[in-house]
Ligand binder design. Structure first.
Ligand code: PRX
Length: 631
């Protein structure tokens, strides 16, 4: 189903609310099923228990690959843009991709991986990464991809939570002028992971790596030993397809579980309609496959629609800040999907890096991951889109599987800073403090979704209670997103940011409790409190207040020690931008830290700290302000 006009959008939306089963059944009929479903939807947000397309069986890779072999085998599925622009730009046709996925699936089987087993993937942004995901899906193994910026300990935690049996990695990865020693990090992680039996290693940077007898195998060697065809495993619609860990308000990241049938339908549907994808167009999503955006809009969504997608290994500023624009020019990119952080960072170089680049192929621009400020929106619109490429500001989450609120490119009238309107099938509501739906327009509240959609998470891995308490207990009967939201006079939605203890740093979600736990591990630290603050490029930065009574070295060195602790414990992405040493924290008599005050101080807004009289020791506030100002 492809929506081509605003009128069609409106009638599709209406139908999706009045008769969801028939709406989604029509959408799902665009895919290849082995057995058609018996029932479109069964749900209970109180359980919570959500099932889509029950009785249906399928394999997502039949839809991503096999069915295109009949109609478009020689079309390009992926264009690889390596970190070093001088290196070869390999392309993979659908036929070649199919064969490589089959071979890899056979390698997994040969090494004992079976349907339902969990496979951890820790790789650079190379085509083999998508091949690894698809190979798992081919045989019904559940992939759990971990972003290359996480530390050995974070990896071990995730592997142990999912009880992974197999790991796919590479010797290393290139990122700008840096090399990331992926295998070395995996080796460290696996010292504490008893369930892992085998590790498959891709040769990429060819830095020296340790290869353990009986455990580690080279991908290239294994590929020579297997057939080029592997039949796809028949999966139930509700079988898990993958787990992806994400941060929440509590310390431990949770494994978001997505399923085969619903996720497939939702990924394909949203890719086609949000970007208004047209056959033959080149799509470039700059996210990393380690995050949900790369799962849905580099791997599954585009392949489901037979699209051509750029996989970019490097960073936007290497070797120059023209890199994105060079890629657009070289591969004639039609749709560019990126994050506000990247836009702001490139904006800071002015328009020189864009000058002389042929960006005329661009038809649609997309933004994801964090609120986009108006200045960045206009810069993107004028300098990259030439003022005539619609911008789709897409709001969604790891949990939602795909985009929920967004303009449809070229169809929905846009407004800077607004994700605009819900896609057909999505029923957003704003809730007040008392837990009531707020009616009408020109209102703000906490964003909930009152009806299920096929791409939503089904549970948090190994802990269904946590699924319930995180998403369905703040407002019983509703899915709570954790975001604050404005619905303006036109009924347009603007996401204002997280209302829980999650910070969005460069579009990456980081839990304040996670960072605090890491800081508190440092030997001299007594206690810490972490909040977000506005950051000109990253959107939000991490601000840490730390009680460290005996700084015997110089304070700056102690800060670096703390940063190192956080890097080792979580990964470099969670390093605080600012550390302020304080004598105490603003606590209530019941021992709760008043983060509101800490946020205000971090923002530099101390004029209106509100009522501090309920604090155990109100004088501590002045001391914290003094420390923050001295920093
Ligand atoms: O706060 C919202 C913000 O990112 C959060 C979800 O993060 P994650 O699960 O890592 O997924 C990011 C990619 C989908 C949301 O709760 N967010 C995402 N997109 C937008 C956004 N905030 C404002 N506008 C957006 N377009």
């Amino acid at each position: 189903m492809k929506i081509e006009s605003f009128q069609e959008y409106q009638s599709a939306y209406q139908k999706s609310v009045q008769d969801p089963a028939s709406f989604w059944s029509d959408v799902a009929d665009n895919f290849l099923w082995i057995n058609r479903w018996n029932k479109v939807l069964e749900w209970d947000f109180n359980g919570p228990d959500i099932k889509w397309f029950e009785g249906g069986t399928l394999n997502i890779t039949d839809n991503c690959l096999d069915r295109h072999l009949i109609t478009q085998p020689d079309d390009i599925a992926y264009i690889f843009e390596p970190n070093d622009p001088e290196k070869e730009h390999v392309t993979l046709t659908y036929k070649v991709l199919h064969e490589r996925v089959c071979r890899t699936a056979n390698i997994l089987k040969r090494n004992g991986v079976k349907k339902g087993d969990r496979v951890c993937i820790y790789m650079p942004m190379v085509p083999e990464l998508t091949i690894a995901l698809l190979a798992c899906a081919r045989i019904g193994a559940v992939h759990s991809v971990i972003f290359g910026g996480f530390s050995a300990r974070s990896i071990a935690d995730r592997i142990n939570d999912a009880l992974c049996k197999f790991v796919i990695t590479a010797d290393g990865g290139f990122r700008g002028d840096k090399q990331i020693p992926l295998k070395e990090v995996i080796d460290d992680a696996l010292m504490g992971c008893p369930t892992v039996e085998k590790v498959m290693v891709l040769t990429h940077t060819r830095i020296p790596v340790s290869m353990l007898k009986g455990r580690d195998v080279w991908w290239e060697d294994e590929a020579k030993l297997v057939d080029s065809y592997c039949p796809s495993e028949e999966m139930n619609a509700e079988d898990p397809l993958f787990i992806l860990y994400t941060s929440g308000s509590t310390g431990k990241p949770k494994g978001i579980v997505h399923t085969c049938g619903g996720y497939m339908v939702y990924a394909g549907y949203t890719f086609q309609n949000v970007f208004n994808y047209r056959k033959g167009e080149v799509f470039f999503c700059t996210a990393d496959i380690g995050w949900i955006t790369g799962h849905t809009y580099i791997t599954y969504g585009p392949l489901l629609q037979g699209a051509t997608t750029v996989i970019f290994e490097g960073v936007p500023t290497y070797p120059t800040p023209s890199r994105f624009w060079d890629i657009v020019e070289r591969h004639k990119v039609n749709i560019l999907y990126t994050a506000p952080t990247a836009i702001r960072s490139l904006m800071s170089f002015g328009t020189d890096p864009v000058k002389g680049k042929d960006l005329s192929s661009i038809r649609v621009l997309g933004s994801v991951g964090e609120p986009i400020n108006e200045e960045a929106w206009h810069w993107f619109d004028q300098n990259i889109g030439g003022g005539n490429a619609p911008i789709v500001d897409t709001w969604w989450q790891t949990e939602t599987g795909g985009i929920l609120i967004s303009p449809l490119a070229g169809i929905t009238p846009t407004k800077p800073g607004y994700a605009t309107l819900p896609l057909p099938g999505i029923q957003p509501v704003l809730m007040d403090e008392a837990g009531n739906e707020i009616e009408g327009n020109g209102v703000t509240g906490n964003l909930c979704i009152k009806f299920p959609w096929p791409g939503m998470l089904r549970t948090t891995y190994g802990d269904h209670e946590r699924f319930k308490s995180t998403y369905f207990s703040a407002y019983p009967g509703y899915y709570f997103t954790g975001d604050g939201c404005l619905r303006d006079e036109d009924g347009y939605y603007r996401i204002t940011g997280r209302v829980d203890d999650v910070i969005n740093v460069s579009g990456h979600r980081i839990g304040t409790a996670e960072v605090e736990n890491a800081i508190n591990l440092h030997a001299g630290v007594v206690e810490s409190a972490v909040v977000g603050y506005p950051h000109p490029v990253k959107g939000q930065g991490i601000y840490a207040y730390v009680i460290f009574p005996r700084i015997d070295k110089d304070a700056q060195l102690t800060r670096l020690d703390i940063l190192q602790t956080v890097s080792r414990y979580i990964g470099a992405i969670a390093k605080p931008d600012k550390i302020v040493f304080v004598p105490g924290l603003p606590k209530t008599r019941s021992g709760k830290i008043m983060r509101r005050i800490l946020r205000k101080i971090a923002e530099g807004d101390i004029s209106n700290l509100g009522d501090t009289s309920t604090l155990l020791d109100p004088t501590v506030v002045q001391e914290i302000i003094k420390a923050a100002e001295a920093k």
